[in-house]
Design a protein around this ligand. Structure first.
Ligand SMILES: CC(=O)SCCNC(=O)CCNC(=O)[C@H](O)C(C)(C)COP(=O)(O)OP(=O)(O)OC[C@H]1O[C@@H](n2cnc3c(N)ncnc32)[C@H](O)[C@@H]1OP(=O)(O)O
Ligand SMILES: O=CC(=O)O
Ligand SMILES: [Mg+2]
Length: 362
């Protein structure tokens, strides 16, 4: 397989297109909130949601009826043109590359609202070739529209081949902003035997060994604790490693059981702890969950600041509350402290909570 030379990697792919980015900015994106721009009731709520969520995403793909594809595209153009998004990012999810709608999605959206779109989410990405296609087309459309800022690309990891090719997808273009797990399509593509949109499954479990009877035989019918396992652990961990390797951002995807806010919070938190920076929100009530989960807790920041203060120049080892802290735990603490600082800049409530923590002496 041939690779571009290092120098060519950052050259625009069309004459007059903006230079591709060298770094992807760490903009807070705890919740990527999906809306269907063809649904008038939903669309009407979007301007008032600016400032309440980090990312608003006009969805054109799955969950938008085939008959409404054009209305969704036109609705997104109308909303984008008439709304000042202030601190909130505007993303879209285009239709899949093998669909009859995607070419019109791109050739309509880039000239009409390319200056407002931060990120284009591409579904069902299989390999680097899909990113190369969108990359070149975006450069041509940006050049034609006279855009000065490159639009970033986000890929959904929702095919078995996409998971197998995850590293080449992340490194396929300097425009790559991040990846989301797409558990619903991925389950179908892998032929998993589930019927849900994300989350766990009661059948995927580990059972405690059976106790032994007086005669030493296993009592398999005895009451035994079962531990439900996480169906998504492997894929999320693989995605996080690929994203970290390439300096881009991993996200959990949809949690379809809107009513089960408790399990939703658990799934989001697992992703946060494993390294994801955010998640999708499908319903307004999932925004607060995501904002809560994808921000470090006050307790974590209090502890992290104690470690930072105690570690001085960052070398050596210290004991805090009976635990050894050194360079490696300091680096983990700094991840949390830096994230808290970024979030405090855009979220006054979080800022107040973090500011109220008593800062230890250095
Ligand atoms: C596997 C995947 O690809 S996942 C990604 C694709 N799926 C999506 O994008 C789904 C987006 N969400 C939705 O379509 C809807 O939230 C549904 C269908 C899940 C539920 O919709 P409803 O049954 O209308 O939910 P509910 O009755 O609780 O809605 C309450 C209010 O919130 C509004 N609302 C619901 N979802 C949203 C949303 N995503 N954004 C803005 N407003 C919303 C409703 O319009 C309703 O407004 P109202 O009080 O003025 O009547
Ligand atoms: O698009 C998301 C998915 O889970 O499928
Ligand atoms: Mg999908």
């Amino acid at each position: 397989m041939s690779h571009k030379s290092a120098k060519d990697f950052f050259r625009p792919l069309a004459v007059g297109a903006p230079a591709p980015p060298r770094e992807i900015p760490a903009r807070p994106s705890r919740a990527i909130h999906f809306f269907d721009p063809s649904n008038e009731k939903m669309a009407a709520k979007i301007p008032a949601m600016v400032g309440t969520v980090d990312v608003l995403l006009g969805n054109l793909e799955d969950a938008v009826k085939a008959d409404n594809k054009v209305a969704a595209r036109e609705g997104l153009v109308r909303i984008a043109q008439s709304t000042d998004f202030g601190p909130t990012q505007l993303w879209t999810r285009i239709n899949s590359l093998d669909s009859p709608w995607v070419l019109d999605d791109l050739t309509t959206l880039v000239p009409a609202i390319g200056d407002k779109l931060d990120v284009i989410m591409v579904p069902k990405v299989q390999g680097a070739e899909d990113i190369h296609y969108v990359d070149r087309l975006l450069a041509q459309l940006e050049a034609k529209a006279g855009l000065t800022k490159p639009i970033l690309i986000h890929a959904i990891l929702e095919t078995a081949r996409g998971v197998a090719n995850v590293e080449e997808i992340c490194g396929a273009s300097p425009r790559m902003q991040g990846l989301s797990l797409g558990p619903a399509d991925l389950a179908a593509d892998r032929k998993m035997k589930t019927t849900r949109v994300g989350g766990g499954h009661p059948g995927y479990l580990v059972r405690q060994d059976p106790p032994k009877g007086d005669d030493g035989t296993a009592q398999i019918d005895a009451q035994r604790t079962v531990f439900q396992q996480d169906l998504w652990h492997y894929t999320i961990a693989k995605m996080v490693d690929a994203c970290a390797t390439h300096g881009i951002y991993p996200y959990y995807g949809p949690f379809g059981d809107i009513a089960d806010v408790v399990a939703c919070e658990d799934q989001f938190r697992n992703a946060f702890l494993l390294g994801c920076v955010g998640t999708w929100s499908l319903h307004p009530k999932q925004i607060a969950i995501a904002n809560r989960v994808f921000a470090p807790s006050v307790e974590d920041i209090a502890h992290a600041r104690r470690v930072v203060a105690a570690m001085g120049d960052g070398t050596g080892a210290v004991m805090i509350d009976g635990k050894m802290e050194d360079d490696a735990s300091l680096k983990q603490c700094l991840v949390l402290v830096e994230l808290a600082e970024q979030l405090a800049e855009i979220d006054p409530e979080l800022k107040a909570a973090y500011d109220a923590i008593e800062t230890p002496e250095a």
